[in-house]
Structure formats: structure tokens, C-alpha cells
Design a binder for this molecule. Structure first.
Ligand SMILES: Cc1cc2nc3c(=O)[nH]c(=O)nc-3n(C[C@H](O)[C@H](O)[C@H](O)COP(=O)(O)O)c2cc1C
Length: 197
């Protein structure tokens, strides 16, 4: 009653959606990924900085470069996924601010001149974009398997040799197989997570 989103969409995006760890062979098309990106690019980010970058691993060769850098338990699910994305933060995102935040072009050289501050701000906004990306995958009727179990410096070196990008999450994407989902784990109740002052 309190939600504007219809019940079927609530189920698709939240109630029936799970982290997937097994997928069918059905490919994920470029059109599907573009449709997902065209939705999720509208996520809010600090100064509209949009620091998320998405690297799609489609070829067997690209997948082979990633697999040894994953923790053991993440390898089989990734090898079998029709599509795997490395979701990273562009640590030089401020270079795009004249396009993305034209109302204050000087921000590029003022607010984000310090590399440490830039990384902190970039990771926060890219993390939020990753949450949107996951919901976008679900909105396309697909399932996502987000993973942080990987050798992050190793992935950065293998895929982003110039040091400009840092991998935050590796995400498998596809149609869930019958064995894809684990039972839902408990969540914190409202009273445990929310403080009303
Ligand atoms: C940032 C992040 C990192 C995760 N890392 C892994 C991982 O390395 N391997 C894995 O199998 N699942 C991983 N998960 C999946 C979580 O364990 C899962 O989302 C959580 O248990 C909730 O499961 P549910 O979506 O089925 O309710 C990760 C999820 C997130 C959001």
C-alpha cells in the first residue's frame, strides 16, 4: 500500500530476486546490456561524476585471464556464466566533469585535485552505481552474481595496466539455472537497522 511500484515489479527487482551462482547457456545480448546501461546511467552520483566503468568479458580468452584471479569458490560459476562484467571505478573520473557537470567546470581542478579525496568520492559513487547496475540486470529479467572474492590488485594489473581504474566488483550475468539460488538468509529488521531521532 505504501509503495508506488506495482507488485510484479517489486517481486522481479526484490522479493524473488536472488544472487545467482549457476546460469543457463542462453546468451546475454549486447542489446540487453545497452538497455540496462541506458537505465542505470541515470543513477545519482556526486557532482554527476559517473565514475563507474564496465568491462564486459565475452570471449573465452578474456574469461581465462580472469579465472585464476578469482577465489576458488567463485571460479566455476564464473566459467559457466554467459557474461561476466568487471565493475570498476575510474580514478580519473574528474576529467569528464566539464561534460558531466558543466555548471561548475572548475570543480575538475579544485574539488578533485587530490587523488585520495578523488578515490574516496569515486568509490562511493561507483558503489552506488553498482547497486543500480544490479537492479538494471534484474529489470531486464536476468540474474546477477556479484562477487568481491578476487585478487583486486591482480585484476587491476591484468585488465587496467595504466593504474587509472580499480576493480570493485566482478558480476556474473545470465538466466538463472534451476540450481542458481541459495535459500534467503535473514536480514536485519527495521528496528535493528534504522534509528529514528
Ligand atoms: C559486494 C558483494 C560481494 C559478494 N561477493 C561474493 C563472492 O565473492 N562470492 C559469492 O559466491 N557471493 C558473493 N556475494 C553474494 C552474497 O553472498 C549474497 O548477495 C548475499 O548472501 C544475499 O544473497 P541473496 O541475494 O540470495 O539473498 C557478494 C555480494 C555482494 C553485494
Amino acid at each position: 500500500m505504501s509503495l508506488a511500484l506495482d507488485a510484479a515489479a517489486q517481486d522481479l527487482l526484490f522479493r524473488e530476486a536472488h544472487t545467482a551462482r549457476a546460469f543457463t547457456d542462453e546468451p546475454v545480448t549486447d542489446e540487453q546490456v545497452r538497455a540496462i546501461y541506458d537505465l542505470i546511467k541515470l543513477a545519482p552520483t556526486a557532482h554527476n561524476s559517473s565514475p563507474l566503468r564496465v568491462t564486459l568479458l565475452r570471449s573465452a580468452g578474456a574469461k581465462e585471464r580472469l579465472l585464476p584471479l578469482l577465489t576458488e569458490k567463485n571460479r566455476a560459476q564464473t566459467a559457466a556464466a554467459p557474461l561476466t562484467a568487471i565493475l570498476s571505478v575510474d580514478l580519473w573520473f574528474h576529467e569528464r566533469l566539464p561534460k558531466l557537470f558543466p555548471v561548475a567546470p572548475a570543480l575538475k581542478d579544485v574539488a578533485y585535485a587530490d587523488a585520495g579525496e578523488r578515490e574516496r568520492a569515486g568509490v562511493l559513487s561507483a558503489g552506488l552505481q553498482i547497486g543500480y547496475f544490479l537492479l538494471g540486470v534484474r529489470a531486464a529479467g536476468l540474474a546477477a552474481g556479484p562477487m568481491s572474492g578476487f585478487d583486486a590488485p591482480g585484476v587491476d594489473k591484468e585488465f587496467f595496466g595504466d593504474g587509472r581504474q580499480k576493480a570493485l566488483v566482478v558480476m556474473n550475468i545470465g538466466r538463472p539455472a534451476a540450481t542458481a539460488y541459495n535459500p534467503r538468509l535473514p536480514r536485519l529488521d527495521f528496528e535493528e537497522a534504522v534509528t529514528v531521532l
